[in-house]
Design a binder for this molecule. Structure first.
Ligand code: SF4
Ligand code: SF4
Length: 173
């Protein structure tokens, strides 16, 4: 995987390809683990040496991932772990992956360094659009800083999923 500074990214939109939910184990913070266990039982999680994870199915995908008409959607939207909300972006206090001047992002008095994991299918490279830098990225940063929980720009557009699902339904008649 390669980490790309945000200034090389024109835009990002999740297309529900599900790659991230199949390729990675999700690390849970303790309160997240607690809510999931209360709602779904301890079987929905696994523990490692010093970390707690979401359980994966035998094919490696997250236990909460489901397929709707060819789109991969999250069944844990209402208590989605922070690690999932922030994917594919890394929001750091230091320029850990280099290119500091292209990764630096100011939010209030915070100087942060933002990179994207190139594995994500939803990245479009180029000069950042205003929508990306002023709205989408800002929302990712606010989630990282704990200033907000709700996702608006940082998750898949489910109206698109519904349209696709309805088109599929119509094609059956
Ligand atoms: S975040 Fe990226 S990799 Fe994950 S489902 Fe969306 S487009 Fe695919
Ligand atoms: S909790 Fe949701 S977003 Fe996170 S890996 Fe599982 S299905 Fe994907």
């Amino acid at each position: 995987m390669l980490f790309i500074p945000w200034r090389y990214i024109a835009d990002w939109k999740c297309n529900s390809c599900g790659i991230c939910c199949r390729a990675y184990s999700v690390v849970l913070k303790f309160p997240e683990w607690l809510s999931i266990v209360k709602n779904y039982g301890v079987e929905a999680t696994v523990s490692g040496l010093d970390k707690l994870f979401l359980k994966r199915k035998s094919d490696g995908s997250c236990i909460f991932l489901y397929n709707l008409s060819g789109m991969y959607l999250c069944g844990l939207q209402h208590m989605k772990p922070k690690a999932c909300k922030l994917w594919p972006f890394k929001i750091l206090g230091e320029p850990q992956y280099g290119y500091a001047s292209d990764a630096v992002y100011s939010y209030g008095e915070n100087q942060l360094f933002v990179y994207a994991d190139s594995t994500c299918n939803g990245l479009r490279y180029g000069k950042p659009t205003l929508e990306f830098s002023e709205y989408t990225l800002k929302e990712f940063v606010e989630i990282a800083l704990g200033a907000r929980n709700n996702q608006f720009k940082t998750t898949a557009d489910l109206s698109f999923a519904r349209t696709k699902f309805h088109s599929k339904l119509l094609s059956l008649f």
